[in-house]
Ligand binder design. Structure first.
Ligand SMILES: NC(=O)c1ccc[n+]([C@@H]2O[C@H](COP(=O)([O-])OP(=O)(O)OC[C@H]3O[C@@H](n4cnc5c(N)ncnc54)[C@H](OP(=O)(O)O)[C@@H]3O)[C@@H](O)[C@H]2O)c1
Length: 305
């Protein structure tokens, strides 16, 4: 067993471990970091965290070797190529990480009959809808990033390992890594006013909430075919509303100006509306999903960012 895996349980004798060894990829990213932060609350899982340096997920044989040599019986794939704008100039790399690596995980999960939880995105949708997206709504990605994430989903569904799920999430933030909330807080230190788009609507997701959800549902995953679930915090807002709420909670006086997306050009078009319907995950796993405002307040209280 890899010493990395044992560290989290603080157990020196591998023989005493109840074998639920979970490979978590993408450590140093937002979601995997939150999983690591809450790991002690879920002692039933022996989480084996890996990053790009000790396990590059595009190295298919290294992933297989890792799974075999560490007796892995579940995989949570948090690693991804997430730079939405630069994916357009690095499509092959984005494809290798978001698509081909997911196909490899799926083959391994099927061959070894182990669970696979893969994380995907609201960017698989085109954002033209005006009601929350259901899991079976037709994807129509508008970016290379969204297309590669969709291709990962499709590969997983084609290979179809049992006991495997795809969780699509949106507007993820955390105390770790780069995200909208951390960027706002940094900007507020040097600016008296900022402009934020008010015509893109979605639902923020606290990465802590998603991490808790994943570890809570992991033992309950039991399906013959790959299932897709949507998860974000409850409620919806624009990025402008989100910024106002961050500054309200933190009592920051920086003025927030609402602007249209057309006034704020980005390399890649973002979905105008990407609210995800969460009924399926709530019903299947009997979950309560906190509102985005409650989770944002909680995040600030507990992490003091
Ligand atoms: N962030 C969002 O707003 C958002 C929204 C919807 C869905 N999602 C999805 O949610 C999941 C988690 O996102 P996140 O925000 O936690 O992502 P993140 O913070 O960008 O972290 C992704 C991690 O993956 C690692 N990685 C990239 N390529 C790798 C490789 N070849 N081998 C191993 N590790 C590799 C990165 O390492 P390096 O640091 O070395 O690059 C990084 O640590 C992803 O699937 C993402 O697509 C995110």
């Amino acid at each position: 067993m890899d010493s990395h895996c044992l560290k989290l349980l603080n157990i020196s004798n591998p023989q005493t471990i109840w074998m639920n060894n979970v490979l978590v990829t993408g450590l140093e990213g937002q979601l995997a970091s939150e999983l690591k932060d809450i790991a002690f609350d879920f002692p039933e899982h022996n989480l084996c965290f890996t990053n790009r340096i000790n396990l590059d997920i595009t190295d298919h044989s290294a992933v297989k070797d890792f799974v075999e040599s560490n007796n892995i019986n579940a995989i949570i794939n948090c690693a991804a190529y997430t730079a939405v704008d630069t994916a357009a100039s690095e499509p092959e790399l984005a494809d290798a990480i978001n698509h081909l690596a997911v196909a490899n995980f799926s083959k391994i999960a099927k061959d070894k009959n182990i669970k696979l939880v893969h994380i995907s995105t609201d960017y698989v949708f085109d954002g033209t809808q005006n009601k929350p997206y259901m899991e079976n709504d037709t994807p129509n990605p508008q970016s290379i990033y969204g297309q590669t994430k969709l291709d990962g989903e499709l590969a997983m569904q084609k290979i179809n390992p049992a006991n495997s799920i795809i969780i699509r999430t949106s507007w993820l933030y955390s105390k770790f890594g780069n995200n909208f909330v951390n960027t706002l807080l940094k900007l507020s230190e040097s600016r008296n006013e900022i402009s934020v788009v008010s015509d893109q609507i979605g639902s923020p997701t606290s990465a802590v909430d998603l991490a808790v959800t994943i570890l809570t549902i992991l033992p309950k995953i039991k399906n013959k075919s790959v299932e897709i679930y949507h998860y974000s915090n409850a409620g919806l807002c624009s990025w402008y509303d989100f910024a106002l709420e961050v500054f309200r909670i933190k009592n920051i006086k920086t003025l927030v100006n609402a602007v249209k997306s057309s006034e704020f050009p980005t390399l890649v078009k973002r979905p105008t509306y990407s609210v995800l319907d969460k009924s399926k995950i709530k019903t299947c796993f009997d979950l309560e999903i906190p509102s985005w405002k409650a989770s944002l307040s909680f995040a600030f209280e507990s992490i003091k960012i």
